[in-house]
Design a protein around this ligand. Structure first.
Ligand code: NAD
Length: 422
């Protein structure tokens, strides 16, 4: 049942439907939908890479540039064997709306390479990353389109990519990529920014639902960058992390799991599964455990209608992009679960990316304390904007609908004033 629902879902069509509905609800002209329904540009490239055995392997790669009315296109690049053009287009749409919600002067973009990074050596990964930039350099730039890490990419990959771009340009132009290592203009706190942002929205949502954080039970799907740090920071706020899963399976202990020790176990064994003192779970069973707060931090379309029916939590903060299907959304609405949508919950990453870009452009760097307090301020403001907007709408408007409507209004106003529609 779950597999069938997941297979049916085309995330690009879901994103388009959400925009159409928001345009209709706002009473805006359909010209706005015409502008936003598809990316301005999709670049698809076949990237030949010399493998360690001397043979050539060709990888399919994408860059989708959705809309730049508020600023240059901006968005991560993921390496995944199942990624396709529609997924990248959908993710670029979400970035446009996310940047509008976060009040950062960027549009939306997303990139991907269809590959399994686990099967590549470090040298092959480096060659693949550099070749991607060789193929995409014309459409990238600090004022055009700015990359960042996403699923299966990290600061080292950003460093190779930024270095390749600087070689092509023949000068250092670090603002083309964020999420870089500190040694080449990275921003302190970028690695943990998305998770910190997720946690700021959990704090606000818990206030709305009157859930005291000390002792609150948390379940997390995905134990990578977003999942691990979200779990750790919530543990530091006194929450009890009771269930965690990753692509290899899950671990459950109603008395709480130590997040740092669990990470060590994952590093040693490749998965959170089998952590001493926990019961094994299937990776979707994390959603059905008794808990107060859930942080999805893996991939899209994980919370299907079936999964939603089993959810007991009162707050879901979407660390991942697009984890909830529209059918599941309806069920969660009926169950009165407060869902903090991805374009709000995980916008801490793009906010600190914005700080990195500003610092690169000014060549003046802030302290970690400054970054953290600016991030907290922007995240709390973003939550308040969307929550207040929700309260000003009809009674049963969800946070996701409110976030889409709010972002749409900002985009439509900017397009109108620029004369993109009458
Ligand atoms: P990551 O590669 O660091 O971690 C992904 C985790 O998900 C891994 O632990 C992996 O094992 C797990 N996973 C994969 N498939 C799974 C499955 N079927 N069930 C359970 N777990 C599974 O990636 P990340 O950067 O943490 O990104 C996670 C999500 O957050 C993605 O949706 C990404 O788009 C989104 N996101 C990331 C950032 C960022 O700054 N890294 C910013 C915004 C949004």
């Amino acid at each position: 049942m779950q597999t069938r629902e997941k297979k049916k879902i085309n995330t690009y069509h879901v994103a388009q439907q959400r925009i159409k509905r928001a345009v209709e609800q706002s009473g805006l002209t359909m010209d706005v939908y015409e502008w936003l329904k598809a990316p301005d540009r999709l670049v698809e490239a076949s990237i030949p890479v010399e493998m360690d055995n001397g043979r050539i392997q060709v990888f399919t790669a994408y860059r989708a540039q959705h809309n730049n009315v508020l600023g240059p296109y901006k968005g991560g690049i993921r390496f995944h064997p199942e990624v396709d053009a529609d997924e990248v287009k959908a993710l670029s749409i979400w970035m446009t709306f996310k940047c509008a919600v976060a009040h950062v002067p960027f549009g939306g973009g997303k990139g991907a390479i269809c590959c399994n990074p686990r099967q590549l050596s470090v040298n092959e990964l480096e060659r693949l990353s550099r070749e991607y930039i060789q193929h995409m350099a014309l459409v990238l730039g600090p004022e055009k389109d700015i990359l960042a890490p996403d699923v299966n990419t990290n600061a080292q990959i950003m460093a190779w990519m930024a270095d390749e771009y600087c070689r092509i340009k023949q000068h250092n132009d670090f603002g083309v990529i964020t999420g870089k290592p500190l040694e080449m203009g990275g921003c302190v706190g970028r690695e943990t920014a998305t998770a910190r942002g997720v946690v700021y929205t959990v704090i606000e949502a818990a206030k709305v639902k009157e859930i005291p954080l000390p002792g609150a039970r948390v379940a997390v799907q995905g134990y990578g960058n977003v999942g691990y740090f979200s779990a750790l920071f919530l543990e530091q706020k006194g929450c009890k992390v009771v269930a965690v899963s990753d692509s290899g399976g899950g671990a459950y202990n109603p008395n709480g799991i130590n997040c740092r020790d669990l990470l060590l176990h994952k590093k040693l064994t490749g998965s959170v599964k089998g952590f001493p003192g926990t019961d094994n779970l299937d990776n979707l069973e994390v959603y059905a455990v008794d808990c107060d707060i859930i942080v999805p931090a893996a991939l899209e379309n994980q919370i299907t209608a079936e999964v939603a029916k089993g959810i007991n939590a009162r707050v879901i903060a979407e660390g991942a992009n697009g984890p909830t299907t529209p059918q599941a959304d309806e069920i969660l609405k009926e169950k009165d679960v407060l869902v903090v949508p991805d374009i709000l919950a995980n916008c801490g990453g793009v906010i600190v990316s914005y700080f990195e870009w500003v610092q690169n452009n000014y060549r003046y760097y802030w302290t970690e304390k400054e970054i953290e307090s600016r991030l907290e301020l922007k995240m709390t403001e973003a939550f308040d904007h969307i929550y207040n907007y929700k309260c000003s709408c009809e009674d049963n408007t969800t946070m996701r609908e409110a976030a889409f409507l709010y972002a749409l209004r900002r985009l439509a106003d900017a397009m109108k004033v620029r004369g993109w529609y009458k």
